[in-house]
Design a protein around this ligand. Sequence first.
Ligand SMILES: Nc1nc2c(ncn2[C@@H]2O[C@H](COP(=O)(O)O[C@H]3[C@@H](O)[C@H](n4cnc5c(=O)[nH]c(N)nc54)O[C@@H]3COP(=O)(O)O)[C@@H](O)[C@H]2O)c(=O)[nH]1
Length: 734
Amino acid sequence: MNDTQKILQALLADLDIAVFLCESRTDTQVLVFQPIGMLPDWCTWFLPVPVFTTESELSLPELTEVFPYLDVFIPDAEALWREALWRDNQTTRLNSGLWTQTDNEGKDQQLEAIALKIRDKDILVLVNLSQTYGERQRIYQRAREIALVNEQLIYQLNQKQRRLQSLLVEKLHQSPDLTNLDENIRDCASAVLICKPDGEVEVMNRALVNIYKVTNTGDTQQQSLLDKWLKEAESQYPEIKRVVDTGGYWEGEFESRNDMGETIWIRLAIGPVLDDRGALMHYICIANDISSFKKSGDEIKKLTDYDFTTQLPNRRHFWRKLTKLIDHCMHAKSHLSIIYIDLDHFKRINDTLGHHAGDYLLNTIATRLARCIKQEDFIAHLGGDEFAIILPKVRLSADLNKIATRLLNAINQETRIEEVSLNINASVGIASYPKDGLDATTLMKRADLAMFQAKELGRARFQAFHENMEYDFSKKVQLENDLHKALNENQFDLHYQPQVCTGKDHYLRMEALIRWEHPTEGKVSPAAFIPIAEDSGLIQEIGHWVLKTACATAKQMVRRGLNVVVAVNVSAHQIKHPDFQNLVETVLKDNQLPAQHLELEITESILMQELDMAVIMLKKLRRLGVSISLDDFGSGYSSLNYLKQLPVDILKLDRSFIHELPFNEESQKITTSIISLAHGLGIKVIAEGVENQDQADFLIENNCDYMQGYLFYYPVTSDHIISVIETLSPSQPP
Ligand SMILES: Nc1nc2c(ncn2[C@@H]2O[C@H](COP(=O)(O)O[C@H]3[C@@H](O)[C@H](n4cnc5c(=O)[nH]c(N)nc54)O[C@@H]3COP(=O)(O)O)[C@@H](O)[C@H]2O)c(=O)[nH]1
């Protein structure tokens, strides 16, 4: 073994990962996996017999037998390796996400697979994250145990103090001159002080001297002890003086200082001794040093109140703090605001770069956010990609806007992880006490609602809560319930909008657009219900229905000799479904529709959310023979740079540019540049939302391939589309 191999070996052992080089056997068409370095123990525990050696090779069936989850992952990984989705020597990777698998010893292991293409090498990495999880669990468990023990000990101490109090009161009643008391308290572990109502010391024991490291046992020093305790406890317990002065029983714990000036925590009970007529004779004070409990309590607090990844206060800590501050505001008649931050598309980072990269990013952002706020503010990491800040003194919207802008800018600074440069954004919601809510739950709910609205409005922005949001939200919940019924009760219909060709084409094109006739609300726009269907998961069923219906209509037209292409809108959630390709294939087969008559329309933002995955799926779909169009091009991420890697046939220019044609110079330039760039890459262009002749003239003049809009046709029902399509001449410009 040479030095480099030794270093690699040590590195792998340190990282606790299993690495395989993947080669394809041309004779068998089967992938073989050759372990690089020794495999870690957890990996070999999955094997029935220890067959791994550094030189051994594993064939695909063997590896997928050992880790059945790889069955699903390997085809995608293979596509990544085979189709060289890597550019200019950059590394490309695909993460499987975590899965749990039970090893031969019956232990659950949390595993993640990563497919990597490094230069020309195909690498499969298996990472075991169980240790990190285990460590976390152990720490929390230990914290719970310490907390439990502490609680029990404090309880026992209380009982002991109370028993001693009543015993001493009894003794004092039996012999009011304090004789024989000494022997009851001399060797007692609790510190005991019996004093007159004015604080003058009558009896004290050795434990008190020890706890307070008393050097001067003269009267003057001891006389002030009761006074000292009252003063020390007063900031935490404002009632203590009143209770003691009026002869009440008091107990509690607070920070005190011994005669050496050291800080100690004591638990103190002060009880009165009254004579037969109810007059105050003595005070009995019993104190215990609880500093060691407090110390482990602080440790517990650190473990249970702080987030493991960012070291910021966690959700539990945040709620306690918020409740306490609201209480304070209520009494002081003051106000506070909360800022709720949710990172945009954070999951994408975890999925593509791995959990370690995600944790690194969270840490970086936590540090940046903490730098943006004042000392009196409170920041917490609520978990996942959510942070929250309490601003105890801020209420004016101008100030809140300034702070939110500062936070957004801090988040959006460039972060470099490995070789990748990231610019993450966040959606931010704001709510204030008492304007938006009088308790922590309402306030957080409303800040969350405002954050949600910021997401809906396009992310990377902040939004303050206003009352309408709650109404909008309940309306959405209602629509979601109704959507469940809509499919079963045939409330959906599909309309079609023809797309006209500006040059020569032998296809007649149209876009399928879903319509919903709600039984009480009337027509509900797809722009309103598609996002709800996406959030609730219903989009899979609805999307399936749209695909089936559109293909059936297209087949009817093909049968009549019409050479049509029907474009079907596909949501991000459908594309991400691993079965989507099979579903499209089945629908085409069931309708006996040749694939060239179907086009799938996806939005630009889908691609950017999970670029590698989406590209793999689009390539699979294209292999079936369907064409792909990219909707709303230019409206979102608009990176012309990635266009050359995308397997698309058609770009749909976003209607916002067309709307401003032909007079807005910027829109002119964008439109003409996109058209020429697309043509340069062999991609055709459709302009959407064409509403007047000036726009059409400009687009024809600048070689736009197709146009769609109310100038030509509104979407028409399925009953009418055939007759409309029949009037379209495939080779004539409008
Ligand atoms: N996932 C799915 N999404 C769908 C489906 N059906 C529709 N949609 C998406 O909903 C959004 C709103 O659609 P809709 O209200 O149907 O509006 C479409 C056209 O009616 C409208 N249009 C067409 N011409 C013009 C015009 O000249 N001016 C103008 N203001 N609007 C016009 O544009 C919408 C089509 O847009 P696009 O898809 O971007 O080409 C919309 O985002 C739909 O995509 C579905 O089945 N599944």
